[in-house]
Design a binder for this molecule. Structure first.
Ligand SMILES: [Zn+2]
Length: 484
């Protein structure tokens, strides 16, 4: 095998290469930022060797649904990612992204999901800022449709004039030319919810012409979920734009089971040539901004509140009782705020996860005071609870959904697989112990069982003493869309 001096050899582990193929015993050699060799490297010279006997050596995980856009600036350590084996995140989801910045006077409640840092003028400036700060992990970005509306439209609640539609399309072109991998819509939020099909199709055509994709937080994830899925599939069908349905779920008990219908629609679209994928986070509760209209319908836990920060982590019902008012009134007083909504059936999430084009996206909200535990535990929870305990699928198949499948869907070249010449994004973990620990009550507890994580050949996380320690230089890169 390789005779060159390797920087690192991870010895004696089980290689799960991301393709879904069965694990095999082999050493993995890293030179610089790349995988130099996989095989018997016992006699290969190396600067460092790490024993991974009995452990799984997999490609680093790709979190397809992040809201960490501004965290690369605000909290660049990104421990909630590295501690669960994530080496790449796709940001800019649900219609909101770090760029472009709104016109003066324009804003949207959903922008609060991102953080405090002012938005960047355009994607080129955003990428430049990330590169000068050095990201901890790799980042690919979508441009938010809400940002486009807020940056191009004088009245973002209206329908775009022809000139405004053209302005949004030009901004999207510029973002894609700067390296964004696509755009995202948040049709359940304003101002995205005001968009009608021609507007979305116009943008999707721009993306399709450049080989980019679009992701969607669909218009309705409850009573009207079937129509909302069909709406987004139609955009893909009419424009040829590859489509990802974000955090797919059916909310409220009366809608549980509807994924049988929505997944069948997805299958029909795929059979008809539409490129569709989807993602889930592995929990029975969702999280976003606090919406007072939901207060009487769903059990709610507050994740942050600007006027009442002391209420983060508390149940809305308890707050309302203490304040001697109704839950809707309490919710109004708490806004602007964030919430967890307990209205999903985790068994249904597990069924959705087993769909062949389903990936994992944490949808983590790192800016929240008391966040949904998906931020710290999504990937380890899939490996511990869905694979080891419930045996929904083989470890190899689950790893493929976290690595090679998203790399292919988002066009991330040289990522998502362990093979010679690929970027050395690697997660080493113990299949017998890997587990999330973050809970609704203690949502920021790091996972266990992940031992070593490399991003572009450099360690960013290490569990045990005496292992390779993370360096001081953050090794992540901006992953720009490859030219079509
Ligand atoms: Zn969303």
């Amino acid at each position: 095998m390789a005779r060159q001096l390797l920087d690192l050899i991870i010895e004696g582990g089980w290689i799960v290469d991301g393709s879904g193929a069965p694990r095999r015993r082999a050493d993995l050699g890293v030179a610089g930022a790349r995988i130099a060799a996989i095989g018997d490297l016992a006699s290969s010279p190396a600067a460092r060797r790490v024993d991974a006997s009995g452990k799984i050596v997999a490609p680093g995980f790709i979190d397809v649904h992040g809201h960490d856009d501004l965290m690369f600036v605000e909290k660049p350590g990104l421990e909630w990612k590295t501690s669960q084996g994530i080496t790449t995140v796709v940001v800019g989801n649900c219609g909101v992204s770090g760029a472009p910045a709104p016109l003066p006077g324009n804003t949207a409640a959903a922008l609060a999901l991102l953080g405090e840092t002012p938005l960047f003028a355009d994607m080129a400036a955003y990428f430049e800022a990330l590169e000068s700060q050095r990201p901890m992990i790799n980042v690919a970005a979508l441009v938010g449709h809400a940002n486009l509306r807020l940056a191009a439209m004088r009245d973002p609640a209206a329908q775009p004039t022809q000139a405004e539609q053209r302005a949004m399309e030009r901004m999207l072109e510029a973002a894609l030319d700067a390296g964004a991998v696509g755009f995202s819509t948040g049709l359940a939020y304003e101002p995205g919810g005001s968009a009608r099909p021609p507007e979305l199709a116009g943008l999707a055509r721009v993306a399709a012409a450049r080989g980019a994709l679009h992701t969607s937080h669909i218009r309705n994830e409850g009573d009207a979920v079937e129509a909302a899925v069909d709406e987004v599939l139609a955009v893909g069908r009419e424009t040829g734009c590859a489509t990802v349905l974000s955090h797919h779920k059916c909310m409220m008990p009366r809608n549980w089971g509807k994924s049988a219908v929505t997944l069948a629609s997805i299958d029909r679209a795929r059979a008809g040539g539409v490129r569709v994928a989807l993602d889930i986070y592995p929990y029975p509760g969702s999280s976003t901004i606090l919406i007072p209209e939901r207060a009487e319908l769903i059990d709610i836990r507050i994740t942050w509140s600007t006027p009442h920060p002391e209420c983060a982590g508390r149940n809305l019902e308890d707050i309302a009782r203490e304040w001697g008012c109704g839950k809707t009134e309490a919710a109004r007083r708490l806004c602007p705020a964030g919430a967890i909504y307990f209205a999903m059936d985790e068994n249904e999430v597990r069924r959705i996860f087993q769909h062949e084009c389903c990936m994992v996206g944490s949808d983590g909200l790192p800016n929240d005071a008391h966040p949904h535990p998906r931020l710290w535990g999504s990937f380890t929870r899939v490996l511990g609870r869905y694979v080891r305990e419930a045996q929904l699928m083989s470890l190899e198949a689950a790893v493929a959904r976290m690595t090679a499948l998203p790399a292919s869907v988002f066009g991330l070249q040289g990522r998502g697989r362990l093979e010679e010449g690929a970027w050395a994004d690697v997660a080493v973990f113990d299949a017998d112990t890997v587990q999330d620990r973050a809970t609704w009550e203690s949502p920021t507890l790091p996972s266990v069982g992940v031992e070593l994580v490399l991003v572009n050949g450099s360690p960013v996380f290490s569990a045990g003493p005496g292992r390779v320690r993370p360096g001081r230089v953050r090794p992540g890169r901006v992953l720009r869309r490859a030219a079509a």
